[in-house]
Design a protein around this ligand. Structure first.
Ligand code: TYM
Length: 333
């Protein structure tokens, strides 16, 4: 069955292996299925929920688009655009925020994490960020949303908002209720320095993540320095319990090699982590370095990237404008 796919990535720099394995790699597989209609969005409106430097933001928008293309998304097949250029996203977000109970937003764990201890200083935008995400998804009659595990709660909120709008305005099936597509085993890639923390762009330690633009030497060095424990690699998944760093490295190896955890444990059970690390570094160099080289090439071709984004925005606008016009009619504008 053909799927309507929508997903987004924030242009906040340092796109890393977690973004790739948790999301972008799946975008590529979905793009490659002829049946699917895919839209991949550089979510710049989401990025400004925390302070950004305007020159860096402009650069990161292009770099995120370059990462999509360098990873294998074909701009002739999938729509690639940046969110701020399609105004329906903001309009839809306002309308949806007026019918989303605060109680629902108060439950969002990512806001609590990102706002930290001083919630009073967090922007209002950061608080209603998940409603903008719902607008992104619902405007395109999206059926499936590929994301990492950290976005699951936002997807549940999107589903709740869709149901509520349809019910409140007696508009059965107006919004499609989308399904999340979350990779079961490898949906949460953890920091290389602390297996209990998510690999993240904002971690102050660069050694905690593999950036998609890292040089070969950096990748080798980061894997060498990745935290492990002193026990050998087990041969059963059960025995990875309470060994978060071991679990993470085995997970990353399995995911990047497209194989099950069981197969990796069969290959490496009884061996030391140095064996796994050597092989992991080699696979990462094979898979990530070509992407990295391509990103660097594309970044130097600004005109090409801008053309893709402008053409993508025109196509997205056509779809989103129709939906927002219908939405306005439904609510009485
Ligand atoms: P963002 O930019 O934080 O992350 C982009 C994608 O990468 C995934 N991800 C991870 N997956 C596994 N392990 C990790 N350590 C890891 N870190 C990040 C995220 O789950 C995400 O899929 N709110 C979204 C962007 C967004 C969006 C949307 C997504 C805006 N509108 C509509 C889907 C549909 C975000 O901040 O992702």
């Amino acid at each position: 069955m053909s799927k309507k796919i929508f997903s987004g990535v924030q242009p906040t720099g340092n796109l890393h292996l977690g973004n790739y394995l948790g999301a972008i790699k799946n975008f590529v597989d979905l793009n490659n299925d002829k049946e699917n209609e895919c839209i991949f969005c550089v979510v710049d409106l989401h990025a400004i929920t925390v302070k950004q430097d305007k020159d860096k933001l402009r650069q990161n928008i292009r770099e995120t688009a370059a990462t999509f293309i360098a990873s294998g998304i074909d701009p002739d097949k999938s729509i690639i655009f940046n969110q701020s250029k399609v105004h329906a996203h903001s309009e839809g977000s306002w309308i949806l925020s007026c019918m989303s109970p605060m109680g629902w937003l108060n439950r969002m764990t990512q806001f609590k994490e990102k706002a930290g201890k001083d919630k009073e200083k967090a922007s209002v935008g950061l608080y209603i960020y998940p409603v903008l995400m719902a607008s992104d998804i619902l405007l395109y009659d999206t059926t499936h949303v590929p994301v990492g595990e950290d976005q699951k709660q936002h997807l549940e909120l999107t589903r709740d908002i869709a149901h509520k709008f349809n019910k409140d305005f007696n508009a059965e099936d107006f919004f499609k209720v989308p399904e999340p597509l979350i990779n079961k085993n490898f949906s949460r890639i953890m920091s290389l320095k602390d297996g209990l923390k998510k690999m993240s762009k904002s971690d102050p330690s660069d050694l905690s993540r593999i950036n998609l633009t890292d040089s070969k030497d950096k990748i080798i060095n980061k894997i060498k320095k990745a935290k492990t424990d002193s026990l050998p690699i087990p041969n059963e998944e059960q025995k990875l319990k309470d060994r978060p760093e071991a679990q993470n490295l085995i997970g990353i190896y399995s995911s990047i090699s497209n194989q099950t955890l069981d197969k990796t444990l069969y290959e490496f059970g009884g061996k030391n982590f140095s064996d796994l690390k050597n092989q992991l570094a080699e696979i990462l160099l094979n898979k990530i370095s070509p992407i990295s080289d391509e990103i660097k090439k594309l970044i130097n071709n600004q005109d090409y990237l801008d053309k893709i984004l402008i053409e993508g925005a025109a196509k997205a606008n056509e779809i989103a404008r129709k939906k927002i016009t219908e939405m306005q009619k439904i609510i009485g504008f």
